[in-house]
Design a protein around this ligand. Structure first.
Ligand SMILES: Nc1ncnc2c1ncn2[C@@H]1O[C@H](COP(=O)(O)OP(=O)(O)O)[C@@H](O)[C@H]1O
Ligand SMILES: [Mg+2]
Length: 346
């Protein structure tokens, strides 16, 4: 009897085990299937992410091009002005060179005179030529013309340098950057766009060199400068200052006395595409891109503002060179993916 009971129990156990094994096999198959589906989805997601990143990279470039576009008319004017007077100066210098050649010929005649009479005659001609041509005036005028021409060429050179610095694609690794120099060059570039809107007061403390991407920093500075000028109802003022936080960072501030912003606006300014400006004037990308660039430098960008009283953006950039190892565009791009960054990056 006991043996029979044992056999039945064993049979039941065996059946149960078989069922459990079957179940386990089914579940494993299901799991494997789910794993395969998951892997496929992961692949699709990864390529979608790549696509989004590449589109965002294009957005960063578009923002740069958009600011270049709005600047280009002014920049062309800034270049044309000195070019016009350089051209006219060169014409005047060419005329003077002609006069000096004639003087040289007259002197030659005196030197080559083969008799006392001839010398007397050519000397008389030389004296009257010198009197008529007013060579003294020509000499001093030439010096002025050359100085002015040099100034004009310097102006064109600095605008072109600004354009080059702004439009450059930074290399993959950080370079040594003179932040104040970068600010100055960017200001020259922005000059034509902002000169009727505001005065810029530059209060720089000498800064140590930092490691960074000069082209990208120039993009940040240009955006802050143009934003300030666009926040001016009438002639306003922007104070740009730099200082050193001992051994740790450099600090830049952009204080304007423009319209200021409400808390609600301030909460959104670092979001991609947030703009309060009409189409054509704002892309809404400037600050989100700036935020990404400053993050890429392991720095921070903060804002304080009061409606009616103006706005102050403060940027800190660390001095140490233990910079982020993330590839240079990644963080700018990543910053664009953040839905809401409220007034501060760090
Ligand atoms: N200096 C400033 N004063 C007042 N408002 C500002 C200032 N800078 C930025 N803003 C606000 O932040 C918004 C976003 O700026 P930004 O990202 O540069 O885009 P955009 O300039 O194309 O509008 C602006 O539309 C404006 O409302
Ligand atoms: Mg802007």
């Amino acid at each position: 009897m006991d043996v029979e009971l044992l056999e039945r129990t064993l049979k039941r156990e065996k059946a149960r085990r078989l069922k459990a094994e079957q179940l386990l096999e089914d579940k494993s198959r299901e799991l494997f299937h789910s794993y395969q589906t998951l892997q496929e989805s992961h692949g699709q997601l990864a390529s979608a992410l790549d696509e989004v990143k590449s589109q965002q990279r294009q957005l960063v470039q578009s923002e740069k091009l958009a600011s270049l576009g709005t600047m280009s008319a002014g920049v062309a004017h800034e270049i044309n002005n000195p070019l016009a007077f350089v051209f006219s100066n060169v014409n005047s210098l060419a005329h003077s060179v002609e006069e000096f050649r004639r003087y040289h010929d007259e002197v030659g005649k005196v030197l080559n005179a083969d008799s006392a009479d001839a010398r007397e005659k050519t000397l008389g001609e030389l004296a009257s030529y010198v009197k008529d041509a007013d060579l003294d005036f020509l000499f001093s005028d030439c010096t002025d013309l050359i100085d002015e021409t040099r100034d004009g060429i310097e102006r064109v050179k600095s605008i072109v340098a600004g354009l080059k610095a702004f439009a450059r694609t930074d290399s993959g690794s950080m370079e040594t950057v003179d932040v104040v120099e970068c600010l100055r060059t960017t200001l020259k570039l922005a000059h034509s766009q902002i000169k009727y809107k505001m005065e810029v007061s530059e209060q720089y403390e000498e800064l140590p060199l930092i490691k960074g991407y000069p082209g990208k920093l120039s993009q940040v500075f240009l955006n802050l400068i143009v934003n300030a000028s666009q926040a001016m109802d009438s002639t306003g003022q922007l104070v740009i200052s730099s200082s050193v936080l001992p051994d740790t960072a450099v600090k830049l501030s952009f204080q304007d006395n423009g319209t200021g912003m409400s808390q609600e606006t301030m909460d959104s300014i670092f979001n991609p595409f947030f703009t309060t400006k009409p189409v054509g004037e704002g892309t809404g990308l400037g600050l989100s891109i700036s935020h990404g660039i400053i993050e890429e430098h392991n720095g921070s960008i903060e804002v304080t503002s009061e409606p009616g009283n103006g706005t102050c953006f403060t940027i800190t950039l660390p001095l140490n060179d233990a910079m982020s190892s993330a590839s240079n565009d990644e963080q700018v791009v990543d910053a664009l993916q953040v839905d809401s960054q409220q007034g501060q990056a760090s």
